[in-house]
Design a protein around this ligand. Structure first.
Ligand code: MRU
Length: 376
């Protein structure tokens, strides 16, 4: 266990003292190191994950969470699956066995959380890469190294994407703006500045006097536990509010814009994001407040025509009936716990990506942004 302080370096990227995950190779072998987000902010504890089953468990239990971060974790999980096979079979391992092990690990990891498309996107990307290398006759050991490079490339691209999204989003923030955000979309959810928090970090660093209203984000409290922790460490002024206070502050004219992330964006611009996002979007429209979604292109799923088709994760009711193990409701009651909701594109002022800002009609704008993407 270690305690660290966050911070942004003098350049344009977050200091790497706080990272949700990284790859480590040392005398004990290779591992995915993960900041256990279920223990924040009280404890800063890093877990060492040495195989893909531990990675799958960490994603399922929200030790790592946030769409880009779970995609990265799954990519490194596949590398661990291959390393495990090579440790078991050594030079005996055939390319067919390698591919079979990777496919199996891909199924395991993809089944952990259904909504964020970054997860299956990263898995598809690594499996596509493995098939291509196997087809070219690459030796299993070399294939392992190449897959690690691919996983690291996903992380590097995400870091760069955060900076670009931050710059596009920052241009929409004026000096003195008070902003509202939901869930956690920052350093803890990505390899860089974050998605919806990136514009706020950049605006703050540019000297704009912003103030962020942070929704606590029940039931798992990603806002209260994670976003508040991040913003506090970076010195960004903020106020924590409960989810049901947003309308109060909007009606008083205290919110200039809402910035949220996304777990999956359908071809028509409908957005799945943390439960409560839809209510905020409706409130924002009722008050004439811009509602911005910030997400990398890896979150866009052009295969789904609309938000209707996005699978929405239903989580354990105990997340609602207990907080940190303390029961807050009677036993034996009926409880619902959808982890995400869908915001129809008509409520969204703009979708900010690393390749530019998309506005309605989204079906045209999003296709334009993703035109050059290769789908493995
Ligand atoms: O359940 P979580 O914590 O993984 O949900 C995260 C969100 O909904 C985020 O808003 C989304 O993943 C975008 S994060 C950069």
């Amino acid at each position: 266990m270690s305690t660290v302080a966050g911070g942004l370096e003098h350049g344009s990227e977050p200091v790497q003292r706080v990272r949700p995950l990284w790859w480590q190779e040392d005398e004990r072998g290779c591992a995915l190191m993960l900041l256990d987000q279920t223990l924040l902010p009280q404890q800063v504890v890093y877990s060492r994950l040495e195989d893909e089953r531990q990675v799958a468990e960490a994603i399922k239990t929200l030790k790592v969470r946030g769409a880009p971060a779970i995609g990265m974790a799954a990519a490194f999980g596949l590398v661990l699956a291959l390393r495990r096979l090579l440790a078991e079979r050594g030079d005996e391992a055939s390319l067919a066995e390698v591919l079979a092990r990777l496919e199996e690990a891909g199924v395991l990891l993809a089944a952990t959380r259904p909504t964020a498309v970054n997860l299956s996107w990263a898995i598809r990307r690594l499996l596509g890469c493995a098939r291509q290398l196997a087809g070219a006759g690459c030796r299993p050991g070399d294939l392992g190294r190449r897959l690690l490079e691919e996983a690291q490339a996903i992380a590097a691209e995400d870091r760069a994407a955060c900076l670009c999204m931050g710059r596009y989003g920052e241009a929409l923030i004026a000096d003195g703006d008070q902003l509202l955000t939901h869930c956690n979309t920052g350093i803890l959810a990505t390899a860089g500045w974050g998605t919806a928090l990136a514009p706020m970090y950049l605006a703050h660093r540019a000297g704009k006097r912003i103030h962020v209203f942070v929704d606590e984000t029940r039931p798992v409290l990603q806002g209260a536990r994670l976003t508040a922790w991040e913003l506090q460490q970076e010195g960004v002024p903020f106020t924590l509010i409960t989810d049901n206070m947003a309308g109060y502050f909007m009606r008083r004219g205290q919110i200039a814009a809402v910035f949220v992330g996304a777990d999956r964006i359908a071809a028509n611009g409908d957005v799945a994001n943390k439960i409560g996002t839809y209510s905020l979007a409706v409130l924002a429209q009722a008050h004439g407040i811009p509602f911005y979604v910030v997400a990398p292109c890896s979150t866009i799923d052009l295969d789904l025509p609309s938000g209707e088709e996005i699978p929405l994760e239903q989580r354990d009711p105990r997340e609602v009936t207990a907080i940190r193990g303390v029961s807050i409701a009677p036993d034996g009651i009926s409880v619902a716990n959808p982890a995400f909701d869908v915001t129809p594109h008509t409520y969204i002022s703009a979708i900010i990506t690393e390749r530019g800002v998309a506005r309605a009609p989204y079906s045209v704008a999003l296709r334009g942004l993703c035109a050059d993407d290769h789908h493995p």
